[in-house]
Design a protein around this ligand. Structure first.
Ligand SMILES: [Zn+2]
Length: 232
């Protein structure tokens, strides 16, 4: 499929350098949003201005800076508007990995549980869910054509924290070095935070990212235990 056959908008929203994505089919005029947590107005208005109909929300994982919710568990006041506010504006389905569905209570039939290698049609596009646990049990990446939206699993030059409740550094090792490293080198990487620029490729990360270059699980666990971790 030629490049212009995909609609992809990358927006850096909120105070934590989160990247929110709109991905869709410009001919069908249909798109999904990835990790709608911050500035719901901006998300809805951007899709509208581009003439795209929002039909789904895809969740890379259920941390508040990706789906919204109370900040009490982070010891901070207030809440991030997130998926719940988006649903009051636009009727759509919310796709979350089955192992984190309990962290999105109250969505009822709007919630769709997905698993590794499930697919979703967005217009003529086929979007594939890749389960990449480690940062959280239900962390997932989304593959569409030759583009990967990686949430907090793989960052440019880094990876997500594995010292949080529900994290598992061994799972992160296998997600990075088996599942994501198996993708073609030309796959374009779109991370969940702007920690090193807007995009990279799997090939560049396999060559330069110390968390993908690591030689063994033991080395990886030592690296993650040594405090060299990137923010959530
Ligand atoms: Zn996170």
């Amino acid at each position: 499929m030629p490049d212009d056959a995909i609609y992809l908008e990358q927006m850096e929203l909120g105070p934590m350098q989160n990247f929110v994505y709109l991905i869709g089919d410009p001919q069908a005029r249909e798109c999904v949003v990835v990790d709608p947590a911050w500035e719901i107005d901006t998300i809805v208005e951007t899709a509208q201005a581009d003439g795209m109909r929002l039909t789904g929300a895809l969740v890379t994982h259920t941390h508040q800076d990706h789906v919204g919710g109370s900040l009490a568990s982070w010891g901070m006041p207030g809440r991030i508007p997130g998926v719940e506010e988006l649903l009051t504006r636009v009727p759509l389905k919310v796709y979350v990995h089955r192992s984190e569905r309990e962290f999105l209570p109250g969505l009822g039939s709007d919630l769709v549980k997905v698993d590794n290698h499930d697919t979703l049609a967005v217009g003529r596009l086929t979007l594939r869910f890749l389960h990449t646990p480690g940062h959280t049990p239900g962390s997932q990446c989304f593959l569409v054509d030759d583009r990967l939206v990686s949430g907090d699993t793989l960052f440019i030059g880094g990876c997500g924290r594995t010292d949080l409740p529900g994290s598992d550094p061994s799972e992160m090792y296998y997600s990075l070095t088996q599942r994501l490293a198996a993708l073609p080198d030309a796959t374009v990487l779109y991370p969940g935070h702007n920690y090193g620029g807007p995009s990279s490729t799997i090939g560049d990360e396999k060559r330069d990212n110390p968390y993908m270059r690591v030689a063994s699980l033991g080395d990886f666990l030592r690296a993650m235990g040594g405090g060299r971790v990137v923010m959530p």
